[in-house]
Design a protein around this ligand. Structure first.
Ligand SMILES: [Zn+2]
Length: 244
């Protein structure tokens, strides 16, 4: 899993919002396409080698590149089609700019949806967030990665592990937007420590804390998660790659 951007809500100077490459030897998935991630993607892979784009929800820090990707793929790169797995809301906000179905092969996904893209299996679970938001579990060759997208305290990682009969994830990439000092049940996000406790609960081997908003020091999020989490913990950094 390679980080294309990891700022929460908006990007700090020189940074990008949420976006990740999830890759096996044979398959390349682009997961969330927040502002700035398309530029960064091109440092790693050409757009035409992306097997599918998966978008968790229609908040702009996760989906705003879609109309830009359409223009690039259609008018500059000559691509004929692109598989896009997303919520209904993502399609609606993207198509404010016009019909995109001549390029995007939309596959609407929701809670409990499953998909296979190349050799990667994906399972979706609706999180606790103000708009329909989907966490994702990726499985390939006995390895698994769970990405929480955005969520409040009303959803837990067990929804993508033991509750659905799946083993502990090898790697959790989770939002830890808040710190002890900023945490509040009113906010539809969780703290780094909350995420770490949840990752322990499902026996995750490795944790990457992401979606840190500008103005909050990533090292503080790392420290608060590290105090709780039993396995290896890191904080997301654009360009970094983590192995399941
Ligand atoms: Zn977000």
């Amino acid at each position: 899993m390679t980080v294309l951007g990891c700022s929460g809500s908006y990007a700090a100077a020189g940074e990008s919002c949420s976006g990740y490459l999830v890759r096996s030897e044979a398959t390349t998935l682009w997961v969330d396409c927040g502002p700035g991630t398309f530029a960064n993607l091109q440092s790693h892979v050409p757009l035409e080698t992306v097997d599918a784009l998966l978008v968790s929800h229609h908040h702009p820090d996760h989906c705003a590149e879609l109309p830009v990707i359409y223009n690039a793929a259609k008018w500059y790169m000559g691509l004929e089609s692109m598989r896009v797995l997303a919520t209904e809301g993502v399609r609606e906000v993207t198509e404010v700019y016009g019909d995109s179905s001549d390029l995007f092969g939309w596959e609407m996904v929701k809670d409990s949806s499953e998909a296979r893209i190349g050799d990667i299996d994906v399972l979706f679970s609706r999180t606790d967030h103000p708009v329909e938001t989907l966490a994702m579990r990726f499985e390939c060759d006995g390895k698994s990665i769970v990405y929480t997208s955005d969520t409040g305290r009303g959803w837990a990682l067990s929804a993508l592990s033991r509750d659905v009969g799946r083993p502990s994830p090898d790697l959790v990439v989770g939002e830890g937007t808040l710190l002890h000092a900023t945490d509040s049940p009113e906010i539809p996000h969780v703290s780094a420590a909350w995420l770490a406790a949840d990752a322990n609960d499902v026996g995750a081997r490795q944790l990457v804390v992401t979606h840190v908003p500008p103005g909050s020091d990533p090292q503080d999020h790392l420290a608060e998660a590290g105090e709780v989490f039993d396995g290896d913990v890191a904080v997301a950094r654009t360009g970094a790659t983590f192995w399941a």
